[in-house]
Structure formats: C-alpha cells, structure tokens
Design a protein around this ligand. Structure first.
Ligand SMILES: *Cc1c(COP(=O)(O)O)cnc(C)c1O
Length: 378
C-alpha cells in the first residue's frame, strides 16, 4: 500500500514546497546580495516577534540561542530562577549550571503551569536574583505558561531582573507581545512554526538585555549576540540556504497569510484537536494547553508507543510520544506551522484507527465528527 508521510510532530514540522524551492540555489554569503537577505530577514523577524528590539540570528538549533541567553548576560555565581515544568524547562537549569550560574528551580508539576506569585516568592526569599528563565510553551507537556502575567509582575515589582522567554513553540502560534510584557530576550527556532528545516535560532534583545550583556563575564565565542548584531552580515558562515528559506517563509506568514490570520488558524486547529480527543473520552495532560501542540494522556492499559506506531505504520502520520518519564504515557499531536484543516482531519482519523485497533472503547467516528462540526462552523 502507498504510504504518504505526514509530519505532525512538534518539530520538525512540514515544509511548504514554495519554501523548499526558495532554498535550492546557493549564493555566497560575503556579497551585497546576501547582506540584503540578512537585512530583510532581521527586519521581518522584528515584525514576526512583534517587537521593536533587534533580533539576532544564529546558525544552530534552538538550544544554541537558549545557551546564548545565559552565556551573554550572566556572570559565574549569579542566581537565576528557572521554571521547570517539563523537559525544556529543565534544560535552562542544565545550561545555567554548566556555566557556573546558580539556578533556583520553580518546580511545576508536569502539565501544570507557573503561577506569578510562586516566582515572586522565590525572588523575595532568595534575594539578588538576576534573571527569570521560562518557556512560553513547554513542548514536552503541551502547556502554556502565563508569560504575560509573569512579565507584567516582573516589570512592576522587579524592574532590574532580566526576563528571558523560550518562545520556540509559541512565537508565530500565539499572540506574544514582548515589549508590552517586558520580555528582554525572546527566543525561537526555525523548525517549528516557521515551516523551515532545523538549523536557525533567533533571539531578541531589549535595552535592559544589552546592559546585562555589557556586565556579563561568562565565556562565549560562537554565540556572540553583540557581535552578530553589530555586523551587516554574520560572524561565521551561516546556513545560507536556510536564510533564503527564512526570507520566503516570513514573507508568506507576514504578507500572504498575515500574522493575525496565522495566529487565528492555530487557535482554530488547536481547539478542534482538543475538542475531538475529549469527544473520544480522552484527557489532556495540560491544565493550560498551548496552541502549538496537544498532549493527550493515553487511555488506561494502552501504551502510547503503540498509538504512535500504528498511526505511522498504517496511515503514515508521524506524531510524537511523551519524553522522559512521560514516554508511553502520553502522545503529542502537533498543529503548528504549515498545517491546515485537512491535516487535522487526517490525524484524528488515523488516531481513531489506532485506538480501535488497540481495543479502546469508543464509537468510531466520534472524534472526527466533533472535529468536522467545529470546522464547518469556524
Ligand atoms: C524544540 C524546542 C527547543 C529547541 O530544541 P532544539 O532541538 O535545540 O532545536 C527549545 N525549547 C522548546 C520549548 C522547544 O519546543
């Protein structure tokens, strides 16, 4: 049987053919032609990030920009709060400790979200906290942390603390307002909502963050934010073709679909997935779900690895298992990036097939019906 492949994972995500085509011809990076590509990418990224701050681009996966947000701003011995409610939150602590930066974790139960008052408690009891590091969307649990409330609290009560948000599965998915919410550094990556292959990371830099960069004494060489922003081209050989793809995908999002419509589309697809899995009697892991992906608790006695496997083998639909302790317990369907209504119909159809084969009790078509109702109304 012909098995077409459908990528429904929270990174990498599918790439439109018009973006693929834009990445086919290689040009040299020390040319006016390529400097123009960089200029237009940086300009459009500001619009995409909804910020007045400059956005630096690195050739790296998203974690590179996460690391840069610590290695360019902190000093050994500094104390930061890291919100740890999943795999990506825990990464903040690991990066910090590898630089001799002390992290005080706010431990959040997997699936739950961070409360501003709990961050406040740590800041008040620890004294001398230099930064707060959090995910907007914690991809391992499908949770949205209230980065707006936290940012507004920090801005009001602790204006000297650096506020860093990993928005890798949130920027371009939900309405994030870095300037209004006091986000000093907002991070994203190419292989999620931007509909590109992995290989580029982005970081916006506020005036306050620039001040932190001046006082920082941590070593860094490749990930030099100030160095990157001070040049019309890049410090080192960039992933040239990915820059060309970035220019194309940003044009599409900003001027063809329109960012507002992109965000509305993600809202609709996310709602439809949530409602359809609930209609099948399944439960979401998250108390505050993000719009980029949906984490679903596997039914009792069914290992989620089998759901993921059957969806892939029978239907070619690749979704994700849980990570770490959640492996086998949850599955994650992504609806971020180049995804439309038909993709969701297919994914939920494939999920129904897998659940039926695994003996889960529900009436076939229940999830799809609820989905089609939402789509025919919205
Ligand atoms: C994908 C992702 C990252 C980056 O991971 P890389 O593998 O380094 O690209 C970071 N944070 C979140 C929340 C993510 O979803």
């Amino acid at each position: 049987m012909v098995i077409k492949k459908y990528l429904m994972t929270p990174g990498p995500t599918p790439i439109p053919s018009f973006v693929n085509i834009s990445m086919q011809s290689l040009i040299h990076h020390r040319t006016d032609e390529f400097r123009e590509v960089i200029r237009s990418c940086r300009k459009m990224l500001k619009e995409y990030f909804q910020t007045q701050n400059e956005v630096a681009i690195f050739t790296s996966s998203g974690t590179g920009a996460m690391e840069a947000s610590i290695s360019n701003t902190m000093c050994a011995g500094d104390k930061i709060v890291t919100v740890e409610g999943g795999k990506f939150g825990e990464r903040w602590g690991k990066i910090a400790r590898s630089y001799g930066v002390k992290n005080i974790p706010l431990n959040v139960e997997y699936g739950d979200y961070a409360r501003p008052e709990n961050i406040k408690k740590i800041i008040d009891s620890e004294k001398n906290i230099k930064g707060v590091y959090i995910q907007a969307s914690e991809t391992s649990t499908g949770t949205f942390h209230p980065i707006d409330e936290i940012g507004i609290m920090l801005k009001k009560d602790y204006p000297d603390i650096l506020y860093v948000v990993d928005g890798i599965t949130a920027v371009g998915v939900m309405n994030i307002k870095p300037d209004k919410w006091g986000i000093d550094m907002l991070i994203s990556g190419s292989q999620k909502a931007l509909m590109l292959p992995p290989g580029l990371s982005f970081i916006s830099v506020s005036k306050k963050a620039e001040g932190f960069m001046e006082r920082s004494k941590l070593p860094h060489y490749y990930f030099d934010i100030k160095g990157e922003l001070s040049k019309k081209d890049t410090l080192f050989t960039p992933a040239i073709t990915l820059f060309l793809g970035l220019q194309r995908s940003l044009k599409y999002i900003l001027y063809e679909e329109g960012l507002e419509n992109t965000i509305k589309r993600h809202d609709l697809l996310a709602r439809a997935v949530r409602e359809s899995v609930k209609a099948m009697g399944l439960e979401l892991l998250s108390k505050k779900p993000t719009d980029s992906l949906t984490a679903v608790i596997s039914p009792k006695d069914i290992n989620s690895s089998n759901i993921v496997r059957i969806m892939k083998d029978e239907c070619g639909v690749q979704i994700s298992n849980g990570q770490g302790d959640l492996k086998g317990k949850i599955f994650r369907i992504s609806h971020m990036g180049y995804i439309g209504k038909p993709d969701i119909v297919m994914a939920i159809g494939a999920l129904e097939i897998a659940l039926k084969k695994l003996g889960y009790h529900f009436s076939l078509g229940q999830g799809t019906k609820s989905l089609l109702e939402i789509f025919s109304n919205g």
